[in-house]
Design a binder for this molecule. Structure first.
Ligand code: FAD
Ligand code: DHB
Length: 385
């Protein structure tokens, strides 16, 4: 088999890259270890930045997003006794959209632009420094295959083989807490997301649609979700989110999914080695606070698709040569923002830290400059800033 770009991983980064390359006239083949159904059903991110929405729209993927997604002007930040709204539209002229990663994934599959081999195994990268790199794998029927390409794009997340195929430096941070996340068949109790600081731990009220809520609780690392009954989760969410405060009520409902997510930051640099390029979670992970993971993956492949079209179609390597530096500018900005939101909102062991957090929260909710800084990062800088 031969193609111009061999893409490893059919998550949002891999499928969107294939879609953008096809629109630019460059062929790609995508290899994915999981089944199409498994990839489509994974419950993950839920918030799209303005620039992600603009990119998806310009790539012909915006119809259902604009019909079924929900535009939010901002978020609420709160701590016991106080809730403040930050209006991103007023502060920055930009908004965010509630539209699940599952829906983005469905739209990409429906577009039908990517040629994907699902349920492959033994994926291995070869000769990434040579003119003709290749990827070997075993296809779904058990046949050994070799895919030759001009370029390999590693979009295979943090556990895929691409990261290990390049000599790179990794910067990382682990956090001493995790999130217990639930999906519930109940109308959200809020019009926009609530990020809550509470002495018991952080809580987040998010949503997926007018009938589906997504909520998270800070829990210790190693927490077994089986130890948290639905009643216990709703009681704790009510406490941390301020049920009863100024007449606000949290309405519980049937829980349809429950899982624990560990939190870490890592950045692998550079994001290119010879003819191997990394994009999305293969190159970086952020803790979820601030909803950057999916948006970063979209920004990476936007830059990478432009670079590969210029190189492979127009014989101009300049953007490809600049890809790692260009992508890392945004990666480090989002890495800092996600770390900052995480450390501002999660409870640790030290009461000194709690006082600093409250001071910071009071500043970002009362100072125009403070609020604008948070809003600019949350609603997201333009791709390629
Ligand atoms: P992925 O979506 O991880 O896709 C990588 C793909 O590569 C997968 O389909 C995988 O099966 C495939 N793969 C792996 N190994 C191989 C191999 N050997 N060969 C071929 N294919 C392979 N972000 C947010 O912004 N908000 C959230 O609330 C949020 N929640 C999350 C919850 C969870 C449990 C996780 C894991 C992530 C969450 N994220 C969240 C992060 C966000 O979902 C990711 O940043 C986003 O999925 C990145 O897309 P990606 O395509 O780079 O990676
Ligand atoms: C969601 C996740 C986040 O990490 C976040 O900051 C906002 C929303 C979500 O899953 O809906």
């Amino acid at each position: 088999m031969r193609t111009q770009v061999a893409i490893i991983g059919a998550g949002p980064a891999g499928l969107l890259l294939a879609h953008l390359l096809a629109r630019g006239g460059v062929d790609a083949v995508v290899l994915e270890t999981r089944s199409q159904e498994y990839v489509a059903a994974r419950i993950r991110a839920g918030i799209l930045e303005q620039s992600s929405v603009d990119l998806l729209t310009s790539a012909g993927l915006g119809d259902r997003l604009r019909a079924e997604g929900h535009e939010h002007r901002g978020i609420y930040l709160q701590w016991p006794g106080e809730r403040h709204h930050l209006d991103f539209l007023d502060l920055t002229g930009r908004t965010v959209w509630v539209y699940g990663q599952t829906e983005v994934q469905k739209d990409l599959v429906a577009a039908g632009t990517a040629l994907v081999h699902y349920e492959v195994s033994a994926v291995s990268l070869h000769d990434v420094l040579a003119e003709r790199p290749s990827v070997t794998f075993v296809d779904a029927d058990g046949a050994e295959q070799r895919l030759e390409a001009d370029v390999i794009a590693g979009c295979d997340g943090s556990f895929g083989p691409s990261r290990g195929a390049m000599p790179a430096r990794t910067f990382e941070r682990t956090y001493p807490y995790s999130w217990l996340g639930i999906l519930a068949e109940v109308a959200p109790s809020t019009d926009e997301l609530i990020y809550a600081w509470h002495p018991n731990g952080f809580a987040l009220h998010s949503m997926r649609s007018p009938t589906v809520s997504r909520l998270y609780l800070q829990v210790p690392n190693g927490t077994d979700p089986a130890g948290w009954s639905d009643d216990r989760i709703w009681d704790e969410l009510a406490t941390r989110l301020g049920h009863g405060q100024d007449g606000w009520k949290l309405t519980p409902g049937p829980v349809t999914d429950k899982s624990v997510l560990p939190m870490r930051s890592y950045v692998q640099t550079p994001m290119r080695h010879g003819r191997l390029f990394l994009a999305g979670d293969a190159a970086h992970i952020v803790p979820p606070t601030g909803a950057k993971g999916l948006n970063l993956a979209i920004a990476d492949v936007t830059l990478l698709s432009r670079a590969l079209v210029a190189w492979l179609k127009d014989d101009d390597p300049a953007l490809a040569d600049g890809y790692s530096d260009d992508a890392l500018r945004r990666v480090w900005r989002c890495t800092h923002f996600s770390w900052w939101m995480t450390t501002m909102l999660h409870i640790g062991a030290d009461p000194f830290d709690a006082q600093l957090q409250l001071s910071q929260l009071k500043w970002v909710t009362t100072s125009h400059a403070g609020a604008q800084g948070l809003a600019e990062n949350y609603a997201g800088l333009p791709i390629g800033f």
